[in-house]
Design a protein around this ligand. Structure first.
Ligand SMILES: Cc1ncc(COP(=O)(O)O)c(C=O)c1O
Length: 361
């Protein structure tokens, strides 16, 4: 018997148990092939069918329009921070919105490649809200506008976009992809590292509108050249095959849950449970503006931070794991991705109440 834990890690993160059980059952012999998926040639018919099914299911789950390509790449989201300007700038400047530490990092990573203009920033406000969309100083000649729609560290989430007058929006959705419906056609590019709502680390999904594939710099490495990868089914190099296989199982699981609209209802219920409790007491607090609070990553602080270690120790004793906040910001953080059950959040809230009771004056 494995012990039951609730894993609140921001990523790599909890995966659906049925997915892990299925991977276990198929580990040595995938569908009568006599091989593990890990052992298969990426160009063999077995793996090609796994890739095709994963892409088709992702297209269904996100209602991805036909004019978008779906790429399964290595390198994670941070590699794409550099590959976005290489694939898209084409000698122009680009606009970047800073709404948290990840979008700030995207700016730093993109700067060496061209004229990177910060059009809004909430840094002075400790990344706790999304600045009013009509205050963003957008440039109509920009190659693209980059945003991070869910800030994993700061807990800021938003999907309302400013009117860019046709400038394509490039969105890092690493930590909330598939957690709620998204209108893909609003974006030129959506990218996401897999290790939160999709599967294991090592896989990055890039969804890119076809007409944007013609802009890449000659300096773009072939493995990150979106057009080349799109023309070669993401196989210009060996793709992260096992990660793609697990992602495919996660997509099947998500469809069995009723798809993204259904999982969104679970995510609303889970996040409401935790926020409502945090807001009901001064013992804990979450500083993010209510309209911009993430459903996936919920940072919170104890009013008396000298109790942090005791809080974490008590949590661990109850198998509530990985609640320590990111090293950049401290405090606590509960990441409650699609695979986190409501009981996990309820158990956390029960523990927080109990801790408050036993540590209040
Ligand atoms: C929003 C966001 N962007 C980018 C990254 C970086 O991803 P990776 O380390 O896979 O490159 C993360 C990782 O946690 C993230 O949460």
């Amino acid at each position: 018997m494995t012990k039951t834990v609730y894993n609140f890690s921001a990523g790599p993160a909890v995966l659906p148990k049925p997915v892990l059980l299925r991977a276990q059952a198929e580990m040595l012999d995938w569908h009568g092939s006599g091989m593990s998926v890990m052992e298969m040639s990426h160009r063999g018919k077995e793996f090609m069918s796994i890739l095709a099914k994963a892409e088709a299911d992702l297209r269904t789950l996100m209602s991805i329009p036909a004019e978008y390509k779906v790429l399964f790449l290595q390198g994670g989201a941070i590699a794409e921070n550099a590959m976005i300007p290489l694939n898209l700038l084409a000698g122009k400047g680009a606009d970047y919105a800073i709404t948290g530490t990840w979008s700030q990092r995207s700016v730093e990573d993109a700067r060496p490649y061209g004229d990177i203009r910060v059009v809004t920033s909430n840094a002075a406000d400790n990344f706790t809200h999304v600045p009013a969309l009509d205050s963003w100083t957008l440039n109509r000649d920009a190659a693209y506008l980059h945003v991070c729609t869910n800030e994993t560290i700061c807990g800021v989430e938003f999907l309302d976009m400013p009117d860019t007058h046709g400038v394509p929006i490039v969105a890092d959705m690493s930590s909330h992809i598939l957690s709620r419906p998204v209108d893909v056609s609003q974006y030129g590019v959506i990218y996401a590292g897999a290790q939160k709502n999709i599967g294991p680390a090592g896989l990055c999904i890039v969804i890119v509108r076809e007409d944007l594939l013609e802009r890449a710099s000659k300096l773009t490495p072939a493995v990150f050249h979106w057009k080349t990868q799109a023309e070669n089914q993401s196989m210009i190099n060996t793709p992260p095959t096992y990660g793609i296989y697990i992602a495919g199982l996660v997509f099947e699981w998500l469809m069995a849950q009723g798809g993204v609209a259904a999982i969104e209802q679970h995510n609303i219920a889970k996040s409401r449970l935790l926020y409502d409790y945090i807001d009901s007491t001064d013992f804990y607090n979450n500083p993010v503006a209510k309209a911009n609070r993430s459903r996936m990553n919920i940072p919170f602080r104890l009013q008396d931070e000298s109790l942090n270690d005791a809080f974490l120790k008590g949590a661990e004793a109850r198998n509530l794991l990985q609640l320590k906040g990111h090293r950049l910001v401290g405090g606590m953080r509960a990441s409650i991705y699609n695979a986190m059950p409501l009981e996990g959040v309820q158990t956390l809230v029960d523990y927080m109440k109990e801790f408050e009771k036993s540590h209040s004056m």
